[in-house]
Design a protein around this ligand. Structure first.
Ligand SMILES: Cc1ncc(COP(=O)(O)O)c(C=O)c1O
Length: 419
């Protein structure tokens, strides 16, 4: 058998995503590892951001109908016409972003959209700047494209929220001349929502560096604190350099469908499509039609979903905040709260997570796993764990009870998690 190590790319991609263990073996993603830890310890799995409530029955019916209508063969490479039109209309209606159909490309989730965009637009040897912590697909895609990644931390702010280190942003842009700036707003895991002023600042930096702005807006419908999601394309001075990426999974509790999209100037969309053509060409034909019908209808499910998430966040976060000495964030958006245990222990987030799994049946995602070893973000989130409240109400209730038992135990013995 040929030696798999003869080809370097897969190994470099896995390494960039932190999947190569110290002994050289290939590890699972942090989500897989934490799912196993939860199963082994009988814990509530607040790890992966996979909803514990189902997709709406209207969406499921629409998919069944589309299958019966015969949308079962290859869809066009750009996506079904009905889908492209619905995405353009939804962007105009929900976000006042002017979008024409020839700017839209269907992708197999936001992940393919991001990877195809990076492969298409990053010059070989080019630099990509992103904010940290980050979604684990970014470094793998940047490595596949032969580039390098630089990061700017989003850090806990004195007001209890989070904020990017803007001084460092200016420095990193000036020093690294990025070809692409990735902006994930609303941001996973902090829930930070970039304001119009923040986005203008990024837009100006992109003009100065002649960079693309690649967005990741998968939580676009899930701003929970009464604020608004501002698509970068509507805020920057030069929207032609923005490549907008989003998907239906988070808004519609249908993460397994992997229905995503890119919006870009037609020539840019064509370039990205040229790459996407040889990744999947096309997928999810009837599901594209079903999502198109839901996007077009604006039937209220997304509002219900947001309300339901807000209620689950309230249950989980208030229990997390009852834990003396720990600090849990109040999420401005998305699926997660970030809980900092550093005042309670010298252990790192991985060790705390294991301790909490074994003793309190609670599992989350250690935030350093979403950072690069040795970075400012890695240090700042050394003892922080991300907990998902998008789980079923029963799981969220159980987790809330378990956090309250942890609080009671810490009241008795403040050294419970010490070392
Ligand atoms: C920030 C971010 N981007 C992208 C994705 C993936 O989106 P999709 O499932 O549509 O590929 C996720 C999923 O967790 C995410 O959190």
């Amino acid at each position: 058998m040929p030696d798999v190590m003869r080809a370097e790319l897969w190994h470099a991609m896995a390494d960039a995503a932190g999947l190569i263990r110290a002994d050289g073996s290939i590890g699972e993603t942090i989500y897989g590892e934490m799912t196993t830890l939860a199963a082994d310890t009988g814990s509530v799995n607040l790890g992966q951001g996979a909803p514990g409530t189902d997709a709406p029955s209207d969406l499921i019916e629409a998919a069944t109908t589309a299958m019966r209508e015969g949308f079962n063969q290859y869809a066009p490479g750009q996506g079904h016409h009905e889908f492209l039109a619905a995405v353009a209309e939804q962007r105009r209606r929900d976000f006042s972003q002017p979008v024409a159909e020839d700017q839209v490309l269907f992708t197999c989730g936001a992940t393919e959209a991001l990877t195809a965009s990076i492969l298409a637009l990053l010059p070989r040897g080019g630099t990509v700047l992103t904010f940290e912590p980050f979604y684990d697909a970014y470094p793998a895609a940047v490595t596949a494209a032969g580039g390098s990644l630089v990061t700017v931390p989003i850090l806990p702010a004195p007001d209890g929220g989070f904020a990017p280190d803007w001084n460092l942003f200016d420095e990193v842009v000036a020093a690294s001349h990025p070809s692409i700036i990735i902006v994930n707003t609303p941001h996973n895991p902090t829930g930070f929502v970039f304001s119009t002023a923040d986005l203008k600042r990024i837009g100006d930096a992109a003009i100065a560096a002649d960079a693309w702005i690649l967005t990741d807006e998968v939580y676009e419908q899930l701003v929970l604190d009464g604020g608004v999601h501002v698509p970068p394309a509507t805020a920057v001075a030069d929207p032609k350099r923005v490549v907008t990426v989003s998907s239906a999974g988070k808004s519609w509790n249908a993460t397994g469908w992997k229905i995503g999209w890119v919006i870009a100037e037609p020539r840019v969309r064509e370039a990205i499509q040229a790459v996407k053509q040889f990744l999947t060409f096309t997928s999810g034909g009837p599901l594209q039609i079903a999502v198109a019908r839901m996007l077009a209808e604006d039937g209220g499910f997304v509002d219900e979903n947001r309300e339901s998430l807000r209620a689950r966040a309230e249950v989980l976060v208030s229990a997390c905040r009852s834990v003396p000495g720990a600090h849990a964030s109040i999420p401005a958006s998305g699926y997660f709260t970030v809980m900092d245990f550093s005042e309670l222990t010298d252990l790192d987030a991985f060790a705390i997570n294991e301790r909490l799994a074994e003793r309190f049946s609670l599992v989350g995602i250690p935030v350093p796993a979403l950072c690069r070893e040795g970075s400012a973000a890695h240090q700042a989130y050394r003892a922080s764990i991300r907990y998902s409240f998008c789980k079923s109400p029963a799981d969220v209730d159980r987790a809330a009870q378990l956090f309250r038992s942890l609080a009671a135990e810490l009241d008795q013995d403040p050294d419970t998690l010490r070392s």
